[in-house]
Design a protein around this ligand. Structure first.
Ligand code: COA
Length: 204
């Protein structure tokens, strides 16, 4: 494990269902689908208007950043880009960062890929980067995401009331986090007892 807390290295992480690899400008068309898909936009609470030029700049420059890691989630069975997982807002002093994930469309969700991608990136964050804390926000209208986060060991810490204005309604956001100690104890399988847990890989 490195003593320098940096996200400059852009790894490829291999699971059973998915492969995570650095995003590139070649992903712009797929990403355009992600940022314009109404359900993904709602679940991620994105207010930003679509701008193709900005998207191209974004994907051309992610590799330069040492304070965030943007990985494409690729379904191994098809080679298809199905979404993204991101470590962002790196706080070097406190060895923490934030986590985000979005899979796109009915083909991608509900098939275990989000759970596996989350475990893969958390293993990288704690075991390779040496982070101490990874946190996230999840909106109250997204119980599926909250369930997945709890399944891999994120702990609910509190509620940001009325954090999002959506469709004329105020929506609460939950704050969840997982610490290095949590990860060391269960490696993404908090529901299992020790003998069964040690049979489980991070992937799968
Ligand atoms: C959230 C997300 C990453 C989860 O990944 P996924 O691949 O769809 O999820 P998985 O198939 O790995 O697991 C889904 C789990 O949620 C459960 N689930 C599904 N709908 C649910 C609901 N309405 N309430 C509670 N749990 C639900 C499933 O039963 C399954 O749990 P189980 O394995 O214990 O049975 C993915 O759905 C996604 O990106 N959605 C769109 C964008 C988004 O919501 N991003 C997160 C913003 S915080």
């Amino acid at each position: 494990m490195s003593n320098v807390v940096t996200l400059a290295t852009k790894p490829t992480l291999l699971g059973d269902l998915v492969l995570l690899r650095p995003v590139s400008v070649a992903d712009v068309d797929s990403a355009a689908e992600m940022v314009t898909d109404p359900e993904t936009v709602r679940l991620t609470g994105s207010h930003a208007a679509f701008n193709r030029d900005r998207l191209e700049w974004w994907y051309a420059t992610r590799g330069e950043r040492d304070d965030r890691l943007d990985l494409a989630v690729v379904e191994r069975a098809t080679g298809r880009y199905v979404g993204e997982v991101v470590l962002t807002q790196l706080d070097r002093d406190n060895r923490s960062c934030s986590f985000r994930i979005a899979l796109i469309g009915a083909h991608a969700v509900g098939r275990g890929m989000g759970t596996e991608a989350t475990r893969l990136v958390l293993a990288y964050a704690f075991e390779t980067i040496g982070l101490h804390r990874v946190d996230l926000e999840v909106f109250a209208f997204n119980p599926r995401a909250r369930h997945v986060y709890e399944k891999v060991g994120f702990v609910y810490e509190g509620t940001k009331r009325h954090a999002l204005r959506w469709d004329e309604a105020w929506i609460d956001a939950g704050i969840m986090a997982i610490l290095a100690d949590d990860w060391a104890a269960h490696r993404g399988w908090p529901g299992l007892d020790e003998p069964r847990r040690s049979e489980k890989p991070v992937a799968g």
